[in-house]
Design a protein. Structure first.
Length: 158
């Protein structure tokens, strides 16, 4: 979650926020700097400014999903259906894109035991969608390095 410090600037109106202001804060949930929702990632806003922003409903929905899915009790492997309790055996696709036309959109917020990824019936399709998105002009963010799984993660360089 973004850290609120009184005196911080609202990214929407540019005014300083005080302890008395009702605020909205987001975790750093958008990896692509070219995604329209990147504006909200790790951000703090006046509630009134946020509520009037044209992307507020979409940002709220994806931000809430990021927080909800990240809770330890909600980390359920899509392959085996079991809770993922070992952080070293956890992989989440997280938020990938808000573009519903992108093949990668279908893979937002999937979670796996790392050891189960290769057993997932959509692993190849996921790889193709991610490669296509991250190699496009619409991507400015971390890259995924596909090596023999389970040793891959966001942030690796190509």
């Amino acid at each position: 979650m973004a850290i609120f410090v009184p005196g911080a600037i609202c990214r929407i109106c540019g005014a300083r926020m005080t302890r008395n202001d009702e605020i909205v804060a987001f975790p750093p949930f958008v990896p692509n700097k070219r995604d329209p929702l990147y504006f909200f990632s790790d951000g703090v806003f006046h509630r009134r400014c946020f509520d009037n922003h044209p992307l507020s409903k979409q940002a709220a929905a994806f931000g809430s999903l990021a927080e909800e899915r990240g809770l330890p009790q909600n980390r359920i492997c899509i392959v085996c259906g079991e809770t993922i309790s070992n952080p070293d055996d956890y992989f989440s696709t997280g938020y990938i894109t808000s573009d519903r036309k992108s093949p990668a959109f279908a893979f937002n917020y999937f979670q796996f035991h790392r050891r189960h990824f290769e057993e997932w019936g959509q692993a190849s399709e996921f790889r193709r969608a991610i490669d296509s998105l991250t190699n496009s002009m619409g991507w400015d963010g971390p890259r995924v390095a596909f090596t023999p799984l389970p040793a891959w993660c966001w942030g690796a360089s190509r």
